[in-house]
Design a protein around this ligand. Sequence first.
Ligand code: 0GY
Length: 317
Amino acid sequence: MSEGLKLMSKPVTGPFEKTPGWLDWYNGPSKPRFRVPDGAVDAHCHVFGPGAEFPYAPERKYTPCDASRAQLYALRDHLGFSRNVVVQATCHGADNRAMIDALVHSGGKARGVATVKRSVGDAELKAMHEAGVRGVRFNFVKRLVDFTPRDELIEIAGRIARLGWHVVIYFEAVDLPELWDFFTTLPTTVVVDHMGRPDVGKPVNGPEFELFVKFMREHRNVWSKVSCPERLSVEGPPALNGEENAYRDVIPFARRIVETFPDRVLWGTDWPHPNLRGHMPDDGLLVDFIPHIAVTQELQRKLLVDNPMRLYWPEQS
Ligand code: 0GY
């Protein structure tokens, strides 16, 4: 672990007070043993603030510790990745300035996913596109956001479809049946965060996860991020489990999605890991998890390079 220590500056908090019990991101990530293929993309990560420069939104459900673009890009380099997809975090609401600031200071190495409201202007969407935004996120996780009417989301989806953007959806597995009809009317590519958050305590071939597989099988515009074992695992982190066995209970779920839909999967660190309660992962060990879910070099290339490049940098893929 010592190789990564002090690579990144320590987490700090700006003028805001963190949510009680908040876990800061880990500033001593190990150097992964798994060497990601050249051109690999971390396709799900966030920036938080810094709050002094980019204030957190009044409607937020949590207040994090700051996590700046410089810290994100230091992590990218340390882990051996080439590019990032920075997803708007709910603590910034629909104020995309921190995310866009990260994109415009990335030297073309980052794309973004924004949160927008119906009131967003065409000129604003165009400016976001020029900065590198390629999608919007619709969030259905009730602890993170207030309800947005479906007709507003459909209207937004129709407008961003014209820019060639996609929709990222975040929801809990138990809510898929109720959301199915809405999701299947979306006119764009649809990217699901974290495999629709399966309950990995249930069987991988049980009815709940089968529904998610059916969702992807029957709708070829649906992609999935096979990210966040640290968030989904019931068995837990390496300290409890031994490094080789970290998050072992998530492997069958992620591996099934990678092997069934190899051309429609993405992977991301989820740094700086909002709202974790039990532990904060070592991002180096998260990278070491990848060969357990994408077991051949071909699958690894698709997951980490070919798929994200096709979606976010089609002109270069
Ligand atoms: C994630 C997961 C979470 C939070 C957010 O934008 C966010 O606040 O996405 C979560 O709390 O599960 O993907 O980062």
